[in-house]
Design a protein around this ligand. Structure first.
Ligand code: B12
Length: 306
């Protein structure tokens, strides 16, 4: 992270000496600069990559000017309803209006509209007919295809159409993205991308159809596969799946920090040894022994230790 809070007003944009921002992020949540908020993670990753980013949090959806407070972004708008689907945020399963919003200061309810991603997208289109709009986060991800909307008891088409956005980014593929970029920078080719059998739904990643674990085994034979694990999880059910895969194939878990382009190499380890060991001691107190990761020769190989 390079700076204090990112600009939320035109004055703050000017104070940084910027003529414009590259990207405006619009979120249905309060602007909380903490990694438990999607807009905070994405804004800092983009800032780290050299882009100028401004935030519009919880715009007044009855006023089209509210999405224009930072002007037209050079590259486009990134839009999300917030950490939760706005309808789940507003209504209980029995369709009663909730009284508090956990993602707004003081729990104040009413700071975002129903179907927030769609409303924000249309609000942008009232002012900018052709500015690129990219939607993401849980609301866009879960509504990416035509779906039954429990709240209106109707079938809805993809939120991509209703929000008038150009691109919908689904899920969290950022860990795998970074690992692929690092492989490419070393000229290392990877043959396929796969997920656990139960997770595969015919989707594509980096132009490759995501295969199931059974399919890759059938295609290459378990003994010929080297797997790079490209996500993190401490869920026991996921860890036991990884452990089963590790028993059949050669498996590595490269450790790619969220910010910066560096890898968790032996050199990085030696330079930061003290900090890392302190952190590990802290983690080891919290994580049961059998789910800990261990180091080997600067490569981070996953061992389930029991
Ligand atoms: C912490 C948490 C809470 C805390 C919130 C405290 C706080 N102020 O931070 C508390 C305990 C208060 C809470 C309450 C509730 N919660 Co809650 N909560 C969570 C939890 C565990 C983590 C949320 C989080 O911090 N995520 C981290 C962020 C960074 O992840 P993310 O938003 O998914 O963002 C990633 C991607 O989506 C993407 N992304 C995000 N934004 C954007 C934008 C663009 C443009 C792009 C391209 C990508 C992108 O990139 C991000 C990084 O990978 C989630 C489960 C989960 N693991 O996400 C449930 C979750 C959000 N909660 C949920 C629910 C149901 C509730 C409650 C309604 C429960 C209840 N019955 O009371 C209440 C809310 C009541 C209310 N009216 O607000 C559900 C929401 C389901 C849904 N369909 O929306 C979730 C998903 C859990 C679940 N699986 O059921 N919750």
């Amino acid at each position: 992270m390079k700076t204090s809070f990112l600009p939320i007003t035109a004055k703050e944009v000017q104070e940084r000496g910027w003529q414009e921002v590259d990207i405006v992020i619009i979120s249905g949540d309060a602007y909380v600069d903490h990694p438990s908020f999607g807009h905070a993670i994405i804004s800092r990753v983009l800032e780290n990559a050299g882009y100028s980013v401004g935030i519009i949090s919880q715009p007044d959806w009855k006023n089209p000017k509210s999405i224009d407070t930072l002007g037209r972004p050079r590259l486009g708008f990134l839009v999300s309803g917030g950490n939760m689907d706005s309808m789940v945020n507003h209504y209980s399963v029995t369709k009663h209006r909730r009284k508090t919003d956990a993602f707004t200061p003081g729990g104040e309810m009413g700071k975002r509209p129903d179907y927030a991603t769609t409303v924000y997208g249309n609000l942008i289109r009232q002012t900018y007919k052709d500015a690129p709009i990219i939607i993401g986060g849980i609301e866009a991800s879960l509504r990416r295809l035509s779906h039954y909307d429990y709240w209106s008891e109707t079938m809805k088409r993809s939120i991509l159409l209703d929000s008038q956005a150009d691109i919908l980014m689904y899920g969290m593929g950022n860990g795998a993205d970074k690992i692929i970029a690092v492989l490419e920078s070393y000229g290392i080719k990877y043959d396929d991308v796969f997920a656990s059998d139960g997770f595969v739904r015919g989707h594509f990643f980096h132009g490759k159809r995501v295969l199931s674990y059974s399919e890759v085994k059938e295609k290459y034979g378990a003994e010929n596969i080297i797997i790079l694990l490209s996500f993190g999880s401490s869920l026991p059910s996921v860890l036991s799946l990884i452990k089963a895969v590790n028993a059949e194939c050669e498996l590595y878990a490269p450790d790619v920090p969220v910010c910066g382009e560096s890898l968790f190499t032996l050199k990085f380890f030696e330079e930061n040894q003290e900090k890392i060991l302190n952190e590990l001691n802290f983690c080891n107190e919290k994580i049961p022994t059998r789910f800990r990761a261990k180091f080997s020769c600067g490569r981070n190989k996953y061992f389930a230790t029991d």
